[in-house]
Design a protein around this ligand. Structure first.
Ligand SMILES: Nc1ncnc2c1ncn2[C@@H]1O[C@H](COP(=O)(O)OP(=O)(O)OP(=O)(O)O)[C@@H](O)[C@H]1O
Ligand SMILES: O=P(O)(O)OC[C@H]1O[C@H](OP(=O)(O)OP(=O)(O)O)[C@H](O)[C@@H]1O
Ligand SMILES: O=C(O)c1cccnc1
Length: 486
């Protein structure tokens, strides 16, 4: 049975300690100041789209849900914290705070962008409204899962976009950042468009289809390639995919064809050959010719070897005859950009009278200035003759209400929102926890993958102009300007 709960079924139920020490030192400080139960709002967002693209594919929400549900400290966890010492050997954390931690559980309200949605820079992937202490204690772990999952799902979507209708299989576990990184990467890569993974653990826990061929070591364990292919065919008559490049690739193809004939005589069909070195364009074209001539037009050619979306595009330009792409290292390590750089910023806090005060993080770098308030993202699209085309995104502050009349461009120009019969609008954030109670059942991974593929194509094909970041609703824009001016 695939896991419905994610992290907790693989790791442990309590995740309170999955944080940076400074979150706990701040938490202890808030507790001492009597501020810890003041309400706050934090947003988790990224600032710069990964891989030189224009947007990202949201992923990681079910893992974030597990972390939020698991914001607890067991008796053992608290004892461990009690043993931590400050500089002069005195306990870092005092007894009343530790007792408080042992009773802590999440009581807040969370909104999130569902997995598989397109997100632009500065749009919240998560909005956490809760006590200052719980919001703060969740920061590190939420960033860990959302950053990595979103990064890998985005990379996979780029690879899948380059591969078009071809199948992409994720082969990355051996090169992943740890076995836990490998597991999360397999999940995210599947959401982004991979059809299967070689990672059996991910297959078991997440219900992702598993697929595989064989390695060079198999061929090298036999006196020659013929014996190796023949033995593999005997062992796996219905998974007959042969790695042909251990010695001479085209000779390897010829031997695979002989094995394919042997399989056919026994009532089975060879499924494919795998190329793992050399000039993949030339070799795949030559291999295709040999296979077709020998009566194996349906045998697939699988290619692997440090491939990414750029290699795929280049190979397609060279008319390579590759049907299936095995993608490992460059996908699961997000080779060309190993971190998303998502951040978690305080955007509002209640004062002593219980009134919300918006907060802003200033910076000399414009892109680093945060947006204040209680944010949501309005997504506009046109629906004409049954076809939907994305029109744009506007970030707005729910403290000003949910109706909007105008938005402001980056240059300060206000643009009125015109009512148009074909215009449709939806808000990206959906409620996930309401006052501590989980209120959201993530769709299956299979349906998330299907909507991710659709969303990626929809946004890539129909993206309005050059909107690289959501516009700000005019009142939000004015609030931000006035706060910056102060
Ligand atoms: N025709 C091609 N066009 C573009 N990139 C290619 C082409 N053929 C292979 N590649 C890519 O080039 C990179 C290096 O391939 P190269 O042939 O140098 O290594 P290799 O065959 O793996 O060498 P080795 O024998 O050491 O394993 C790989 O990332 C591979 O996917
Ligand atoms: O190339 P990737 O995208 O990472 O895909 C996974 C790689 O893992 C295997 O290689 P192996 O570990 O045997 O090393 P190799 O590079 O020498 O083939 C396989 O043959 C692929 O080349
Ligand atoms: O099944 C394969 O061919 C495979 C699996 C993992 C890594 N490289 C290749």
């Amino acid at each position: 049975m695939p896991a419905t709960s994610h992290l907790s079924s693989v790791y442990r139920p309590d995740f309170g300690l999955c944080t940076d020490l400074y979150q706990l030192t701040m938490a202890a400080g808030y507790y001492q100041q009597g501020m810890h139960e003041r309400k706050a709002i934090f947003h988790l967002f990224y600032r710069r789209p990964p891989f030189g693209g224009d947007f990202a594919l949201a992923a990681g929400l079910p893992l974030a849900i597990d972390l939020i549900k698991g914001l607890r400290f067991s008796a053992d966890d608290v004892q461990y914290l009690g043993r931590l010492k400050g500089n002069n050997g005195t306990p870092l954390f005092k007894e009343p705070f530790l007792n408080y931690l042992q009773r802590l559980k999440f009581t807040g309200t969370v909104h999130a962008v569902p997995e598989g949605e397109i997100v632009l820079p500065h749009e919240p992937l998560l909005r956490i409204e809760g006590t200052l202490i719980e919001c703060q204690l969740l920061e590190t772990a939420l960033l860990t899962v959302m950053n990595f999952s979103t990064l890998i799902a985005t990379k996979a979507a780029r690879v899948k976009a380059a591969a078009g209708e071809d199948t992409v299989i994720e082969f990355g576990l051996r090169r992943a950042q740890g076995i836990d990184g490998g597991l999360t990467a397999s999940r995210a890569a599947y959401i982004g468009g991979c059809a299967a993974t070689s990672n059996v653990w991910a297959g078991r826990y997440y219900g992702i289809p598993v697929k595989g061929t064989h390695a060079h070591s198999w061929v090298m364990s036999f006196p020659d390639e013929e014996a190796a292919f023949s033995a593999y065919a005997e062992a796996m008559p219905d998974n007959g995919i042969f790695l042909v490049d251990t010695y001479d690739t085209l000779e390897g193809v010829a031997k695979a064809i002989e094995t394919g004939k042997e399989l056919r005589r026994k009532g089975h069909e060879m499924l494919g050959i795998r190329l793992d070195s050399g000039d993949l364009a030339k070799l795949s074209i030559a291999a295709r010719e040999l296979l077709d001539k020998a009566g194996f037009p349906n045998v697939k050619i699988i290619a692997s070897n440090d491939i990414d979306e750029h290699t795929i595009l280049s190979l397609k330009e060279q008319n390579a005859r590759i049907d299936t792409w095995g993608i490992g290292t460059k996908l699961v390590t997000a080779n060309d950009q190993p971190a998303l750089g998502g951040v978690y910023k305080l955007a509002a806090i209640q004062n002593e009278k219980g009134e919300w005060e918006p907060k802003i993080k200033r910076s000399d770098t414009l892109a680093k200035v945060s947006n204040p308030g209680k944010l949501n993202v309005r997504s506009f699209h046109f629906m004409e003759r049954g076809t939907s085309t994305p029109h744009g995104r506007v970030l707005y502050n729910e403290f000003d209400g949910t109706d909007m009349k105008s938005y402001t461009l980056e240059n300060g120009e206000k643009v009125a929102l015109h009512q148009h019969d074909a215009m449709r609008e939806t808000d990206l954030l959906v409620p996930v926890f309401v006052e501590g109670v989980l209120n959201y059942a993530p769709p299956t991974l299979q349906s998330t993958r299907a909507s991710a593929l659709k969303n990626w194509r929809w946004w890539s094909d129909g993206k309005e102009g050059n909107q690289s970041t959501a516009y700000l609703e005019s009142r939000l824009y004015d609030l931000k300007q006035s706060m910056l001016a102060e």
